[in-house]
Ligand binder design. Structure first.
Ligand code: S3P
Length: 174
C-alpha cells in the first residue's frame, strides 16, 4: 500500500510482535524485519550467546546500531526487541521515522507465551513472572511515550489485531 508510513512494533516479550508484524507486512506487501533476527544474522550467534559473551550492554549496543539502520529503510514493518525502548536514541529514531505501535499484553499473557522459549536470556531466572512484572513497570510508560497507537493483543487473535492496526493507522494518516 503506497503512502502508508513505516510501521514499528514495540512491546514486551510475548506480545506477538513477530507474528503480528509478519501478517501486517503481508497485508501491506512490504518487507518484514525483526531487529533480533538481524542482530543474530550479522553476529552469526544467537541472543543468549551474545548476552553470555558480551553482556547485556554488548547486546544493547548492537541493538542500537541495528535500529538506527533499519528505521531508515523505506516501507518496512519492523518488530523491535522488548528492551529497545530503554534507549533514548532508539525511542527517538522510532518516533521520528515511522508510526510506532505498542502491542500491549498482560504479564500473564507474556508469561504464557514465553514459557517454553529458551532464547530469552532475561527469563533464565527462577521466577520469570517476577522478572516480567519488574520489566513491565519500568517499560510500559516508555512504550506508551514512544507509541502513536496502543493496541491490546489479549482477548483476540492476531488477524483481528492486524485489522485493527490497519484501520487505526489509516485514520491517523487521513
Ligand atoms: C529482550 C527481548 C527480546 C530480545 C532480548 C531482550 C528484552 O526480544 O531482544 O532477549 O529486553 O525484553 P523479544 O521481545 O522479541 O522477545
Amino acid at each position: 500500500m503506497q503512502g502508508f508510513p513505516n510501521l514499528f512494533l514495540v512491546g514486551p516479550m510475548g506480545a506477538g510482535k513477530s507474528t503480528i508484524g509478519r501478517l501486517l507486512a503481508a497485508e501491506l506487501q512490504r518487507d518484514f524485519v525483526d531487529s533480533d533476527h538481524e542482530i543474530q544474522g550479522r553476529c552469526g550467534a544467537d541472543i543468549p550467546w551474545i548476552f553470555d559473551v558480551e553482556g547485556e550492554e554488548g547486546f544493547r549496543e548492537r541493538e542500537r546500531q541495528i535500529i538506527e539502520e533499519l528505521t531508515q529503510r523505506p516501507e518496512i514493518v519492523l518488530a523491535t526487541g522488548g528492551g529497545a525502548v530503554i534507549s533514548e536514541a532508539n525511542r527517538r529514531a522510532l518516533r521520528e521515522r515511522g508510526t510506532v505501535i505498542y502491542l500491549y499484553a498482560t504479564v500473564e499473557q507474556q508469561l504464557r507465551r514465553t514459557a517454553k522459549d529458551r532464547n530469552r536470556p532475561l527469563l533464565r531466572h527462577k521466577d520469570p513472572e517476577a522478572v516480567l512484572r519488574g520489566l513491565f513497570e519500568v517499560r510500559d510508560p516508555l512504550y506508551r511515550a514512544t507509541a502513536d497507537l496502543v493496541i491490546r493483543t489479549d482477548r483476540r487473535g492476531p488477524k483481528s489485531v492486524v485489522n485493527d492496526i490497519l484501520r487505526r493507522v489509516t485514520r491517523l494518516i487521513d
